[in-house]
Design a protein around this ligand. Structure first.
Ligand SMILES: Cc1cc2nc3c(=O)[nH]c(=O)nc-3n(C[C@H](O)[C@H](O)[C@H](O)COP(=O)(O)OP(=O)(O)OC[C@H]3O[C@@H](n4cnc5c(N)ncnc54)[C@H](O)[C@@H]3O)c2cc1C
Length: 517
């Protein structure tokens, strides 16, 4: 077996090589993929492992199927239906951590582990009983100002005890309050080919309070937090001691952002309220308020005008209030400020107003788009440094990349998946001896857009000029069947291809699960 996850531990001044499988033969090129989202996960599945030693680095050990996040956040689907474990990909090495920096000269990545560290007592005990193990870190002593090798230290069980002895945490550790005498958190990972696909973050536009108090919907953990808070609001509002005013505030659910994600969440919430809250919390019937805010004059501005009008009319009929031309100027734990004037209380607020750069991308010395700050790539998805020189073996795909020539592509799973498929094919051909330039460059095919608008209705928009194939637009029940069929077959693994229709059926017959844990 060839070495597949080989790196160096950086701990203070010590730097020790570790190798999971020792070997001296280096036959395959090392391909490192950053991120387990639509781009990274799809690429990792498709790239030929007989040609490359593939390591995927991601802080989370799963792929999130984002189109189902809104459904999972209200219980239409179970959380497991929207995730795939990274380790389920055969022949892949997985490193759970954050890419922290890249040395393009040495072709090395610095990774910060995101695995919960082992208990400090255990780490210290093992370190003392095996003092010559190369993985032992040194720790920094504020008292002496020196790095001390861990095996010389006495085990400590708390930061307080460590401080009493003048010790501190492992060098480079970000959270001194939690970690005392732990294994190293950083290591280096060499690569021959590197694919950057770490996506973007949710934009909050620096509006005071948003980062701290809003709920975002980017990942399955966000969906879980939203579901917990939603059910908590319903229970709090059900307390006999709850005043009518407080109940009204707790049952005020707000969405900021009238794009597809905000609209789908409003639609799923509407379904949950009308089918399940009415049944399970009859005393709260008719008291829930759903409000959707957007700075734009309407919702779904990238959709065809007739479909937009359908969605707006439908929301109006279903009691979902749309507040166009509204700017959120500040928010607190339970209030939101509109246009710098009115303050409105809320029980739960979901924020979905677009994307901002991943801080890791922001830190990279590569050419980026002036406005979006995404990495500029050529038609083979290759990256150049700030001086315009091509970085050998470095590619970028997904939301964190944008073409250097031509208009930006939408930040969608559709684009990320097509890029991943294209790059897997190109890398496989390259691994078999063909040059990259002999491959046709990446070209995006727009298959159109879909959005769920609630009550078993959806919109399908294939009317734009750049859409591949015949043009069409649909709204209503048939569009919803298409929406469900499309996403059910898109689910990555067979387990979810089976589970998703089962959970849809269970939810429609027995209602959504309202267990809170
Ligand atoms: C709720 C929701 C619904 C959506 N619905 C649709 C839809 O129906 N159709 C559609 O086409 N698009 C949809 N999108 C958009 C789509 O999900 C994104 O465009 C897509 O996720 C982009 O893929 P990506 O791989 O570039 O980034 P992401 O999917 O965001 O993945 C980024 C990955 O990188 C990891 N990462 C982050 N930082 C680091 C680091 N420093 N080191 C290593 N790894 C890192 C993350 O943990 C994650 O695994 C939706 C988005 C959301 C949020």
């Amino acid at each position: 077996m060839f070495s597949s996850l080989r790196g160096s531990v950086i701990a203070g001044t010590s730097r020790v090589s570790i190798s999971r499988y020792s070997t001296t033969i280096q036959a395959k090129k090392k391909l490192v993929i950053l991120g387990s989202g639509w781009a990274g996960y799809n690429l990792a599945r498709r790239v030929d492992k007989s040609l490359y030693d593939v390591t995927l680095v991601s802080p989370v050990s799963y792929f999130s199927f984002t189109p189902f996040l809104a459904s999972t956040s209200v219980g239409t689907l179970e959380f497991r239906c929207a995730t795939e474990p990274v380790r389920g990909i055969k022949g892949l090495e997985y490193a759970q951590g954050w890419a922290d920096s890249i040395d393009f000269e040495r072709r090395e990545l610095r990774i910060e582990s995101s695995v919960t560290p082992p208990h400090a007592e255990l780490a210290a005990m093992v370190a003392r009983s095996h003092p010559n193990h190369p993985g032992h870190p040194s720790i920094h002593s504020p008292a002496s100002g020196q790095n001390i090798h861990m095996d010389t230290m006495i085990p400590v069980s708390s930061r307080h005890r460590a401080q009493q002895r003048g010790m501190a945490t492992v060098v480079g550790d970000h959270d001194p309050a939690d970690h005392v005498l732990l294994p190293p958190r950083f290591y280096t990972l060499p690569y021959d080919k590197l694919v950057i696909s770490v996506g973007c973050y949710s934009a909050s536009f620096g509006i005071p309070g948003v980062k701290k108090h809003a709920h975002f919907l980017k990942d399955i953990r966000d969906a879980r937090k939203i579901r917990r808070r939603l059910l908590e609001c319903l229970e709090q509002a059900s307390e006999p001691t709850c005043s009518p005013e407080l109940r009204r505030a707790l049952l005020s659910f707000k969405i900021v952002g009238g794009g597809p994600t905000g609209v789908e969440w409003a639609a799923e919430l509407h379904d949950f309220v009308h089918r399940d809250v009415y049944r399970l919390y009859p005393h709260l019937k008719d008291q829930v308020r759903i409000t959707l805010y957007d700075v734009a004059p309407g919702i779904l501005i990238n959709f065809d005008a007739s479909l937009r009008a359908y969605a707006e009319k439908k929301f109006h009929r279903d009691g979902v209030t749309i507040r166009p031309n509204s700017s959120i100027t500040a928010m607190g734990e339970d209030w939101v400020e509109l246009d710098g004037k009115e303050r409105h209380p809320y029980g739960l607020l979901v924020w979905s107003t677009g994307l901002c750069p991943n801080p890791f991308i922001a830190s990279l010395p590569v050419k980026k788009h002036e406005r979006s700050r995404a990495i500029l790539v050529d038609k083979w998805q290759r990256v150049v440094n700030t001086e315009g020189q091509r970085l050998k073996g470095v590619f970028a795909i997904g939301d964190n990349a944008t073409p250097a020539d031509g208009p930006p592509l939408p930040a969608t799973a559709q684009v990320a998946t097509q890029q991943a498929k294209w790059l897997a094919k190109a890398l496989n051909a390259h691994g078999r001896g063909q040059t990259l330039e002999s491959q046709p460059g990446f070209e995006w095919k727009n298959w159109g857009s879909m959005v769920y608008v609630g009550n078993s209705r959806a919109l399908v928009d294939r009317s734009r000029e750049d859409v591949a194939g015949p043009k069409s637009r649909m709204a209503g029940w048939a569009a919803w069947i298409l929406w469900r069929s499309y996403y059910a077959q898109l689910a990555m693994g067979w387990r979810n291809k089976v589970l998703v229709p089962i959970h849809w059926t269970l939810a429609s017959f027995f209602g959504r699960d309202i267990t809170r844990f």
